[in-house]
Design a protein around this ligand. Structure first.
Ligand code: SF4
Length: 443
């Protein structure tokens, strides 16, 4: 029954890609997975106030949803998308949730045979917490560190490298794959090459680097995105930092206006494009999409691909030839580094402005947020956040269905009226950010 549901989800994802014109050998959505990832917001609270925050002005007033509801949402993600689905445990900052609850959430995701990612600004992600979470089954940790966070003494991205190193040190020796997120804005656009060089120097410990272009959504107070920031220009800056071209057309994730992805091999501090031979990589990707990619254990994945190759002699020659060509290109640096290699992936994510949502991209969305009524495109959720977080939630509590009030953090027997119906009792709580009244979404 569940297997049937998962197959249907994948088919629906594939149809969405056909409908938007991006179904091809390169496409991961609807082939490798039915969804890129699902964000599970376990708190709306945060200990920072970023100038480009996606939360709403009401977020700080909303209490953490009951743990029973968190578990129910995990169950629903599993029912819809199946094992190996990526679940981003996020918020606000998820480390603000009670520690024992956070650990049990990670452990439950693991129990369901899905992969959990902790999305954090790193402030409370101590070595001790990360150790407990890794033991509970956490797969990835993503640190969001950049100049939108108004961190004291951080005048530019370079000055934040000390913080990035400190967070990276907290993960050393733990069974976790590590990623860094950077919001791209006018003030740090020119620093992308320097940042890429820094990440490259740490590529033995970092798996992926994601650059997310500024979007006019949420409570962030920064102005609109500067015209200089586009998917093309951000990608060019990454290539400038890597000192090599990086092909983003060999493997794609969802709609091309949303995401770009490329992978480099780093050896002797030099970067090489692993996807430079587009046609070959795309075909290999399509043929091996049934293999589960284990991000924590790259060699395990490599072994599975080698095993597949050995059992598919038709491809053995083609793969061997490709490997030889790649070795020829990299041999000098491989020798100098004594065979020390790592991979570093790059992702550029182009979130939409709240008042400029494109339906085609929402329909083809690979990043969903889980709500009480099911998964919703993350861009749409950010644009209409208050409509989602200010609703009473039916929760099975003490063997009865009760209604949880997000502003009072209490259970009611009957569905209570909340903000929209009762503006005087629950006035806007503008503790942070700005009030964004985006009337275009009411239409
Ligand atoms: S969250 Fe937005 S930008 Fe990202 S894939 Fe979905 S629609 Fe596209």
């Amino acid at each position: 029954m569940l297997q049937k549901k998962w197959t249907e989800s994948k088919q629906a994802a594939r149809q969405a890609m056909i409908d938007c014109g991006y179904w091809s050998n390169q496409q991961q959505m609807g082939r490798r997975w039915a969804i890129g990832c699902v964000a599970l917001e376990i708190t709306q609270r945060c200990n920072l106030d970023c100038t480009l925050c996606y939360l709403s002005e009401h977020s700080e007033a909303v209490a953490d949803i009951p743990i029973e509801e968190v578990f129910r949402r995990i169950d629903e993600i599993y029912t819809l998308f199946g094992p190996n689905t990526d679940v981003q445990v996020t918020g606000g900052d998820p480390t603000l949730r009670q520690r024992d609850e956070l650990i049990s959430i990670i452990s439950y995701i693991k129990q369901k045979n899905m992969r959990s990612t902790l999305m954090t600004n790193g402030i409370r992600a101590t070595r001790s917490l990360l150790t407990d979470l890794a033991e509970a089954g956490l797969s990835d940790v993503v640190f969001h560190v950049d100049t939108t966070q108004n961190i004291k003494h951080a005048t530019d991205e370079k000055s934040l490298n000390k913080t990035r190193l400190k967070y990276l040190n907290n993960t050393r020796g733990l069974d976790l794959s590590v990623m860094f997120n950077t919001t791209v804005h006018q003030g740090n656009f020119h620093e992308i090459p320097g940042l890429v060089k820094f990440f490259k120097s740490q590529s033995n410990s970092i798996r992926t680097v994601s650059f997310q272009s500024q979007a006019d959504t949420g409570r962030g107070v920064a102005d609109k995105r500067d015209e200089i920031i586009t998917q093309d220009t951000v990608w060019k800056k990454i290539e400038e930092g890597l000192e090599t071209e990086l092909n983003h057309n060999a493997i794609i994730a969802g709609h091309k206006h949303c995401n770009r992805y490329g992978m480099s091999l780093i050896t002797n501090d030099a970067a090489y494009d692993l996807f430079s031979e587009s046609g070959f990589i795309s075909e290999l990707h399509a043929k091996t999409s049934h293999i589960t990619l284990d991000r924590k254990h790259k060699w395990k994945t490599a072994k599975e691909i080698i095993y597949w190759n050995l059992s598919n002699p038709a491809y053995l020659l083609a793969v061997s030839r490709w490997a030889l060509r790649f070795l020829k290109r990299t041999k000098n640096d491989l020798v100098k580094s004594k065979g020390n290699v790592s991979t570093l992936s790059f992702f550029v994510h182009n979130f939409m402005d709240a008042c400029n949502i494109e339906q085609e991209r929402v329909d083809a969305c690979v990043f969903n947020t889980m709500t009480k009524d099911g998964p919703v495109s993350m861009c749409l959720h950010n644009a209409k956040r208050d409509e989602f977080i200010l609703q009473a939630i039916p929760v099975k509590h003490e063997e009865k269905i009760k209604f949880w009030h997000p502003l009072e953090a209490k259970f009611y027997e009957k569905k209570p009226e909340i903000l929209k119906e009762n503006p005087e009792k629950y006035p806007l709580k503008k503790r942070k950010g700005k009030s964004r009244l985006c009337h275009c979404l009411d239409k």
